[in-house]
Design a protein around this ligand. Structure first.
Ligand SMILES: Nc1nc2c(ncn2[C@@H]2O[C@H](COP(=O)(O)OP(=O)(O)OP(=O)(O)O)[C@@H](O)[C@H]2O)c(=O)[nH]1
Length: 631
């Protein structure tokens, strides 16, 4: 095992992104050695913020101020942390990123480890595990937008962990900034002392120096013992093309020296350290693991022969949204499977199993943390691996309770039982629910209530988020319990659309709840199309049935005979449309003389035929599924 560290800057990014080297740290005295950073001069901290409140920008300014990275000469504040297209579009960062910097304060060089956290509800798990490696956090709030749903939820996690919170008001340079109003909102919402709030502009750098000083003055040093047995906490892992799996660790106790044999409490695997890492420090370990599942997040590492009690366990990541991924051209499956395998090495929270569908052929069923996570993965497959894929409608994991008390989780609608079967032994179906909180300006409150009701929300409650004297800026926090299946489709888009983009939303797991759910199957000419099966709530079955049948009617090409399209639940037909028959000569209407056009049409048809799928007697091009299933 190699322990890789950099004296002054450790920057762990996605493998295809630059890794900063020691020489980039211009202001750092080169003679500094890692052993000199005793725990009292180490600060491990995180930045917590709602999406877009400026976390990455502040991280960049801190890195610049400490000389860890060079200030951009162009004066443009482009971000150092590279983002995926989907991340840029949605203004979020998915994967946590970590950096270390040295800052001289109070006459001594201090080692500051910034453990970045992602800013989206799907990644709440990453937030909680990165906070476990910190003693403090900067709570960053946009001075023009105020406190948002995500700021509150992450604040609570940080508070529960006993972290020291430094409240920071960002974007004070904006003309729309209302620093006094937002500061009073922060004081009321988080119960913090108004004098503790720092006002900054991460964009211009104003006030950022004071943030560095506050990190050193206010955040406690990690409590570690030099002479205790080595105890290292594994809080993240990533995949590097050349070095395999890289684990990020935080040394909680003891000194890890070159030549030390290290073992994992979880996997019992043993490795040898090739460098030194001291208490309180954050570093990364690269061993020759090829499977990221071998690096257990939340694992504790210790020196061989000196066992330590493992750190209190971390809940493993839990897939909340499942979808089938199939190649558009069925012969591409081996390539697709290989690409998925490679991509999951860099993102170990995705679960993969093989799936085969009579309609779409061979594919994989993937489990994601949420729909954004799914979109990020899909885009990476398309961009980085050039994959042409069809992705089925997302499903949440349902729970079936049997007569004998046994329980089973179902993540594929085709496995859902038909309740009209006489042999049915299922007594109850349960679905996952979440506790959602929405923060919205008062004028959109009615729309939000309506949206929540239409999505089967229960236990609705609301209160005013305290604000300043200006009544027009009153905002409301609305909480409810809502089925997860209702928010994995277009809930977020609806929320943004109906509130002109002002609503912010967050949710946390609230267990399972009994529900009246049925499997809806779509029949083409009497034959079911497995890839389109859905689980629906009884209250929504008519609307869902009707809209899907309409959609199918629109995209399915006409056949030589009439095709009935039906949505059925059990034996009951919920909705039906009939696709009229087509005339045999598909080139009819192309008049004589237009030879090239006719030829082109025939060639297109030939090409299309290769991808035709036969559902019973109905021929369907794979692309039709793409059209049906794209959101
Ligand atoms: N005017 C102004 N804009 C800022 C400031 N800080 C950040 N921004 C802008 O706000 C936008 C969001 O900033 P990011 O740093 O990407 O936000 P973030 O919180 O890191 O977003 P996620 O990592 O995706 O959660 C960017 O366009 C920044 O340029 C600031 O102090 N003033």
């Amino acid at each position: 095992m190699n322990i890789l560290w950099r004296n002054t800057c450790l920057r762990v990014l996605r493998p295809n992104v630059r890794v900063f080297s020691f020489s980039a740290c211009s202001n750092a005295p080169r003679s500094l050695r890692m052993e000199e950073f005793t725990p009292d001069v180490i600060r491990n901290f995180s930045i917590i913020a709602h999406i877009d409140h400026g976390k990455s920008t502040l991280a960049d300014r801190l890195l610049e101020l400490t000389g860890t990275i060079k200030k951009k000469e162009s004066g443009k504040n482009e971000q150092v942390l590279d983002k995926l297209k989907v991340e840029r579009e949605r203004g979020i960062t998915g994967k946590a990123q970590t950096a270390s910097m040295v800052h001289v304060a109070n006459g001594k060089p201090h080692l500051l480890n910034l453990i970045d956290t992602p800013g989206h509800v799907d990644f709440a798990w990453e937030v909680s595990r990165s906070l476990a490696a910190c003693q403090g956090a900067l709570l960053l709030v946009d001075a023009s937008q105020g406190v948002q749903a995500q700021s509150i939820s992450v604040f609570h996690v940080a508070q529960e962990r006993g972290l020291t919170i430094i409240p920071v008001l960002n974007k004070i340079d904006l003309p729309a900034a209302q620093p006094e109003l937002i500061a009073s909102q922060m004081t009321a919402t988080f119960g913090i002392n108004p004098e503790d709030i720092l006002a900054i502009s991460a964009k211009t750098g104003k006030g950022v120096e004071a943030v560095l000083q506050a990190i050193i003055d206010r955040i406690p040093a990690p409590q570690c013992k030099d002479d205790a047995p080595v105890k290292a906490f594994l809080f993240d892992s990533l995949y590097d093309r050349y070095r395999g799996v890289i684990s990020l660790v935080n040394i909680q106790d003891g000194i890890l020296r070159k030549g030390d044999k290290i073992a994992s409490c979880h996997t019992r695997k043993k490795e040898e350290a090739t460098d030194i890492l001291c208490p309180g420090q954050v570093g990364y370990i690269a061993c020759n693991m090829k499977e990221s599942s071998e690096a257990h997040i939340g694992d504790t590492l210790h020196r061989v022969g000196e066992p330590v009690p493992p750190m209190p366990g971390f809940k493993p990541s839990k897939a909340m949204v499942y979808a089938g991924i199939f190649p558009i051209d069925t012969s591409d499956f081996p390539k697709l499977e290989e690409s998925i395998k490679r991509l999951t090495l860099t993102d170990r929270s995705v679960t993969v199993t093989r799936e085969s569908s009579s309609a779409l052929g061979q594919g994989c069923r993937l489990g994601f943390l949420g729909t954004l996570h799914m979109d990020v993965f899909r885009q990476r497959l398309e961009d980085e691996y050039d994959a042409n894929i069809i992705i089925t409608a997302p499903t949440v994991p349902y729970k079936l309770v049997y007569k004998d008390g046994k329980e089973k989780f179902i993540s594929n609608p085709t496995d859902f039982p038909d309740f009209n079967e006489s042999s049915i032994r299922v007594t109850e179906v349960q679905e996952p629910v979440v506790k959602a909180s929405i923060i919205v300006p008062e004028e959109y409150f009615g729309d939000m209530m309506e949206l929540c009701y239409s999505r089967r929300a229960e236990e609705l409650d609301h209160r005013y988020l305290s604000s300043g004297p200006d009544a027009s800026s009153s905002r409301i926090i609305l909480t409810c319990v809502i089925p997860l299946s209702e928010i994995v489709t277009d809930f977020f888009d609806q929320l943004k659309g109906r509130s002109s983009g002002f609503a912010s939303f967050d949710y946390e797991d609230a267990g399972y709840q009994k529900s009246d759910l049925r499997k809806m199957v779509f029949l083409l000419n009497g034959k079911p199309v497995d890839a389109l099966a859905l689980i629906v709530h009884r209250s929504a079955q008519d609307t869902v049935g009707k809209s899907w049948v309409k959609k199918l009617h629109k995209v399915i090409p006409r056949q030589l005979f009439e095709v009935p399209i039906q949505a059925v639940i059990g034996k009951q037909v919920i909705s039906r449309e009939t696709l009229p028959a087509n005339r045999a000569d598909v080139t009819a209407g192309l008049y004589g003389g237009h030879y090239e056009r006719k030829l082109k049409h025939l060639n297109n048809q030939k090409e299309g035929k290769k991808r035709l799928k036969r559902i019973g007697t109905v021929d369907l091009p794979q692309e039709a599924f793409f059209d049906i299933l794209k959101r």
